[in-house]
Design a protein around this ligand. Structure first.
Ligand code: SAM
Length: 248
């Protein structure tokens, strides 16, 4: 290529780069505007739902504080909360039914939220001092600390359970009960979670998980594991099913 031709080529490339830069700035500005609009709308929707709940409370003479807290957290982080309301008593009891209250060792609960499953476990006879609650939402942790002062509360990421609990558990866990929105995570991460859970548990101890989805959140044919499922629990928003995994 001759020198003048090279110069023209360079100028053309520079012009295109400047144009690209300009387009990038416009796109960034647009994205920023959409995010701001979305956040504004999200807050409005949140306020509207909260107002409706408060009206309902006044009419019925009841308090739904946990539901309001839950909705607020869901609005802030929909994917990590994974539900718009706490689990119903029916679902919580169905989860607790798979835990033997007379077994030995701690009972670990992952993602207890405002504590409906925790309450069902205690109601079923699990001593609150055996409970190890792993929750990363600080507002939920404050509630759990007041409601279950004798339980061990770990404010942290349940997916780092191995590191968080390895030295904390003085004996193998009798069960791991999970309310985590597992299906929002890649399968590799779910499998790592259940393997870590089994490493902390007694042989044959249950890993209890609920899900709103139709399918099992973990493969049904995991080698070395047995899987069972409850009936669909319709008295929950949305209806859910409990899956129980055991290492053979
Ligand atoms: C679907 S809600 C279930 C709450 C409660 N167990 C119930 O049944 O109402 C999921 C809960 O898991 C918590 N969570 C989600 N990801 C988590 C993580 N990586 N570590 C700890 N907690 C987590 C959320 O903050 C929320 O409390």
């Amino acid at each position: 290529m001759s020198l003048p031709a090279l110069r023209t080529f360079e100028q053309r490339i520079e012009r295109q780069l400047r144009l690209l830069e300009l387009k990038k700035t416009i796109i960034e500005r647009n994205i920023g505007r959409h995010i701001r609009l979305f956040e504004q709308r999200r807050d409005d929707i949140g306020k509207r739902i909260e107002d409706q709940i408060r009206q309902f409370e006044r009419k019925r003479g009841i308090r739904l504080d946990d539901e309001v807290r839950f909705i607020r957290s869901w609005i802030e982080r929909p994917l990590s909360i994974g539900a718009v309301t706490p689990s119903s008593k029916m679902l919580a009891r169905a989860m607790a039914r798979y835990v033997d209250p007379h077994s030995d060792g701690p009972v670990v609960e992952l993602g207890p939220g405002t504590g409906p499953v925790t309450a069902a476990l205690v109601e079923a006879g699990v001593d609150p001092s055996r409970l190890v609650l792993v929750e990363f939402n600080p507002a939920f942790c404050r509630i759990l600390r007041t409601r279950y002062p004798s339980a061990t509360l770990v404010q942290g990421d349940a997916y780092s359970m191995r590191r968080l609990l390895e030295t904390l558990l003085l004996q193998p866990a009798a069960a791991v009960v999970s309310g985590l929105p597992l299906v929002t995570k890649p399968m590799r991460q779910r499998l790592r979670l259940i393997r870590d859970a089994f490493d902390l548990m007694l042989p044959g101890a249950p890993f209890v998980q609920f899900t709103y989805s139709v399918a099992s959140p973990l493969p049904r044919r995991l080698s070395g594991f047995s899987v069972e499922a409850s009936e669909r629990i319709w008295m929950n928003i949305p209806p859910a099913r409990v899956w129980v995994y055991r290492k053979n």
